[in-house]
Every structure is written in C-alpha cells, then in structure tokens.
Design a protein around this ligand. Structure first.
Ligand SMILES: *Cc1c(COP(=O)(O)O)cnc(C)c1O
Length: 387
C-alpha cells in the first residue's frame, strides 16, 4: 500500500488550535475571567420553529409503514430541486432544469469532491485570504495553485491570473473579508473563463447576507456563466443548518460536466437525508422563510453594529454590509497575532487572526457577527479602552 503523498504537502491546521491554545493558556492564568468569542465562524441562533416542525413531521412519516422512505434519489428529491429553481433562480431570470441542481449534505463536501472531475495537471487559481477547503482539496489532488491576493489596495477584487488557470475558486460574499463583487467585476471573471476555457467554482454560501442592490446573488446572473461556472450553495449560514447538513450544487449542462457529476454522485453519494431535505424545503415556506430571514437580519444588525462602532473608534474595517464578517486592520502596524494577543490579554476577546486565512490576511483580524448582542456590546466597550 502506498499513501497519497500529496497529503504531506498540506499545511498544519494550526489556526484554530493555536487560537484555542492561547485562550486556554489565558484562562489558566485568569480563571475568573470570561472570554467574549468574536471570531466564531458558526451560527449560534436556534432553528426557526417552522423548520423544526418540518423535521418532526419527516421523522413521524419515517415511523409509519405507509409513509416510510428509504433511499431517495442520489441527486435529491425533485420537490426540493424544483423549489430551489422556483425561488432562488427563476425570480432572477435564470433558467435551470431540475437535473442541473444536485442536493448535497452541505457545501464543504462538494467543494472538495468537485475536484475529482478534473485532470491532475489542471492549474488552479484561488482567491486569498480564503476558506481552506479549496486549497486543501487541490493539494490533496496534487495540483499546482496560484493564489490571487485580495487586499485593501485592490479593493478586495482579485486580479485576473497572469498564468492561465483551468480551475478558479471564487467565494462572494467572501469569508473571511466580508467583501463582495459587483456585476461588472464578476463578469470579468466569467469572460476570462470563457476565453480560457476554464471552470469557475463559485462558493455562494453567504448569498442570503447580501443587502446592497446590484450585487449579483448568483454567478448565473452574468451572461454566459452557465457555460463556465458551477455554483455551490449551502443552508448552513442562511438557515442555521451547520448541524442539520444540507446544501446544493448547480452544474449546468452547458459546462459539459453535468453527466460526470451525476455519475460521480450516483456512485459515491447515496443522497441527502430525507429529514434534512424536508428542513430545506421548509426554508421556502412563508413561516420558514420569515424565521430564517429574522436570524439573518439579526446577524446583519450585529455586523453593522460592529462595523460602525469600530469605524467610529478609528479602525479601518471592511465587509460587514453583505456578510456576517468584519475584516479589521490591526492598529499601530501590528501584525494579526499581535492584535489577537492584545484583544485577548487586554480585552478578554477572541477574534480570528487574518494571517490564518493566507498571507494577504496578515495585519488583519476577522470579527464575526455570529455572537449574542450583549457579548458584542460588551466587546466593543472593551475595544474602546484599547487605546
Ligand atoms: C460555512 C461555509 C460554507 C458552508 O459549508 P457547509 O459544509 O455547507 O456547512 C461554505 N463556504 C464557506 C466559505 C463557508 O464559510
């Protein structure tokens, strides 16, 4: 047996370990202190009751012989795929057929698994700072990667790669910077992909946090994108499904990849849980929609609060308008970890050091709006004292 030696090329996942080590060390020294967690990348508000009721009903159905269900279709139930098209795409004049929508157990697995559709010698371009899944999957597959830096100087809009890229990972609204692309900026990427016969894997996990008009909600709002883009969506952040597990991936037939992805899913994935799919369906009912919207609006209000108050204190901040993340430059020319340590030791606040998401993140930290309002208010008061 020979192992996949590409795994040796993966970076240690030191970021979150390093954060928790420092937090534990601080608490060991100061056992009476409580840390305010302002860096969390996971939702914290409970599921709306309409969604829980849908899951209860699904469980009830599974408990009776007449309504029991076993395996569903590998691509997901037709009722969910049709509802996704009717609600997420048709109102934006995007034409998709149900066989182009694949229900998943969340975006994370598909973002990695899609990598299987492409030859090993493809060159990959990934925006940076970044969520680690795109790079890790490419490294496991042994592919070469070019990182596309996003920083204040280019307005967090990545430049087109100098070396031709076959596979391009974009994520907007972005984790960790909270920034978005305009229609024109995204069109530049679609045109690049069409000219270069590249494929764009578009992570739209934070789509429902978009508040500004004229920001594209789907890459398919751009003309020609159906030829060159796969869109990956998730109910994790929009509906609080990080524990429920459900998402979907759109693979348009015009990419030429739809039959391959169908085959891949039929062979290696036996479908998303019926209960999770009923929960996803419930996010589109009036009550379910109102419930998830209330949670998103709560997080967005928190994000706006953090952004406004930090700006008021003189901090240079980005994001927070169309995303639950605020990207904040460290003061006094500090690097990410120095600012992290000051926030921890002087304010008892935990954030996420920007450099953990890639080299361009150095000198920044990420604050998250996935916290309760009281902790957030308290954290902002303490930051005010950090002169
Ligand atoms: C949270 C998140 C996802 C969602 O992952 P799931 O597997 O659906 O929970 C995808 N992309 C980014 C950038 C995220 O931050």
């Amino acid at each position: 047996m020979k192992t996949n030696t590409n795994y040796r090329n993966l970076q240690e996942q030191y970021l979150f370990k390093n954060i928790s080590d420092r937090a534990e060390a601080y608490l060991a020294q100061h056992p009476d202190q409580r840390l305010l967690r302002m860096g969390v990348g996971d939702v914290t508000r409970p599921l709306p009751s309409a969604i829980c009721e849908a899951m209860h009903r699904a469980v009830e159905e599974l408990s009776h012989a007449e309504t029991f269900r076993g395996y569903g279709p590998e691509e997901g139930y037709l009722w969910l795929r049709q509802t996704i098209i009717d609600n997420d795409y048709a109102p934006r004049n995007i034409d998709l057929t149900t066989d182009e929508v694949f229900i998943s157990e969340g975006a994370g697995s598909d973002l990695g698994n899609l990598s299987e559709l492409f030859a090993k010698d493809n060159h990959v371009a990934i925006i940076e700072p970044t969520y680690p899944a795109y790079a890790d999957a490419s490294i496991m597959a042994g592919r070469e990667i070019t990182f596309l830096p996003c920083h204040a100087e280019n307005g967090f809009v990545p430049d087109l790669p100098k070396r031709r890229a076959d596979i391009i990972y974009l994520c907007f609204p972005n984790n960790p910077t909270g920034t978005v692309l305009t229609r024109d900026e995204l069109a530049k990427w679609v045109n690049y992909a069409r000219e270069n016969r590249s494929i764009i894997i578009y992570d739209a996990a934070y789509e429902s946090f978009i508040t500004q008009p004229n920001i594209p909600h789907s890459i398919y709002e751009i003309e020609g994108a159906k030829e060159v883009a796969i869109e990956v969506k998730s109910y994790s952040k929009s509906a609080g499904f990080t524990g429920v597990r459900c998402g979907y991936t759109v693979v348009p037939k015009q990419t030429g990849l739809q039959p391959m992805w169908l085959r891949r899913q039929c062979t290696k994935y036996n479908g998303t849980s019926y209960i999770a799919q009923q929960a996803a369906l419930a996010t589109y009912t009036p009550e379910g929609h109102a419930g998830i919207r209330a949670n998103i609006d709560f997080y967005l209000t928190t994000a706006h609060l953090i952004k406004d108050r930090l700006q008021h204190m003189g901090y240079e901040v980005y994001g927070g308008e169309n995303a639950p993340y605020i990207w904040c430059r460290a003061p006094h020319g500090w690097n990410s970890w120095t600012f992290f340590d000051h926030l921890l030791n002087d304010c008892q606040i935990l954030c996420t050091p920007g450099v953990g998401f890639g080299a361009s993140g150095e000198g920044f930290v990420r604050f998250s709006a996935f916290s309760n309002r009281q902790d957030c208010e308290e954290a902002l008061k303490r930051i005010q004292t950090l002169a």
